[in-house]
Design a binder for this molecule. Structure first.
Ligand SMILES: Nc1ncnc2c1ncn2[C@@H]1O[C@H](COP(=O)(O)OP(=O)(O)OP(=O)(O)O)[C@@H](O)[C@H]1O
Ligand SMILES: [Mg+2]
Length: 256
């Protein structure tokens, strides 16, 4: 893999994040330097409490950083005003979490179109919402309420919602964490499809089977990068045994 050919989408420089109160300072991200490349499907792994979610929140501008820089699309987002950051987030970034956070009082379609209204305020947003629902295979559920669909279907709706503004990058924090294996497969297929359609993906997962689909896995330990591994582009028809062995061996080296 020739990294010099790749275009950097996110770059961090000596990133630090501390949570403090009057008793303690908890340093969660420690001088972290990382590059995330455009159009890559990047996975972040690491032990519980190693700072994966915190990193995702910082990189996506949802949480402030203590020190250091985050350059996203050639812009240092640590220097942006809250207002500009919110606009950038809505327009260029998508988020999918383990808990789908759908609005319980809105239909599936309304949930999906909500971020679209916030950006475009236009009339075609409903069509776009239906297009997104079709993309994730739940067009028939558009007018149901979130509690009337399954967990896997809610997660698909959350992905459709994240995609409505065609984000440059999709941040996913354990998007399959609360799903059974067939729903997980379906969600992963959708994410791969998004990636093939030029959305970069940065996903945290504990699940090796899920991580095997990535182009690159980064291992985080105590808030810094311990190691990384590049994989060949995933192909559904290819036998995964060798890939699995290689990643398992690497994870052992990482003391996972
Ligand atoms: N708001 C907060 N205030 C104080 N400490 C926090 C806060 N959020 C997270 N932490 C601490 O930061 C550390 C990293 O948390 P984080 O949620 O990023 O871990 P993680 O790698 O995502 O873990 P998991 O795999 O369990 O989801 C943990 O020790 C956690 O207790
Ligand atoms: Mg987490």
């Amino acid at each position: 893999m020739d990294i010099s050919q790749k275009q950097i989408l996110i770059e961090t420089k000596k990133l630090n994040k501390q949570f403090s109160n009057k008793f303690i300072v908890n340093s969660v991200i420690n001088d972290l330097d990382i590059n995330i490349y455009r159009n890559d499907f990047t996975v972040i792994m690491g032990k519980s409490g190693s700072g994966k979610s915190t990193l995702l929140y910082c990189l996506s501008g949802m949480d402030s950083v203590t020190r250091g820089n985050i350059i996203l699309n050639n812009k240092d987002i640590t220097l942006l005003s809250q207002d500009k950051l919110v606009k950038l987030r809505r327009k260029h970034l998508g988020f999918v979490f383990q808990q789908m956070n759908l609005m319980t009082n809105l239909s599936i379609l309304e949930n999906v179109t909500l971020p679209g209204y916030l950006i475009h305020k236009n009339k075609n947003i409903k069509e776009k919402g239906m297009e997104m629902l079709a993309r994730v295979g739940i067009s028939d559920l558009a007018y149901r309420m979130p509690h009337q669909v399954s967990g896997g279907q809610q997660q698909r709706a959350a992905i459709a919602r994240a995609l409505i503004n065609e984000p440059d990058i999709l941040f996913c924090d354990e998007p399959t964490g609360s799903l059974n294996s067939s729903s997980s497969e379906a969600v992963m297929d959708i994410l791969l499809d998004c990636n093939e359609n030029n959305h970069s993906i940065l996903m945290v997962t504990h699940d090796v089977k899920t991580a095997l689909r990535a182009d690159r896995i980064i291992y985080i330990d105590d808030g810094s990068v311990k190691g990384e591994i590049y994989l060949e582009k995933y192909r559904k028809d290819k036998n995964l045994n060798d890939r699995n062995d290689m990643v398992q061996k690497w994870l052992e080296e990482m003391e996972w």
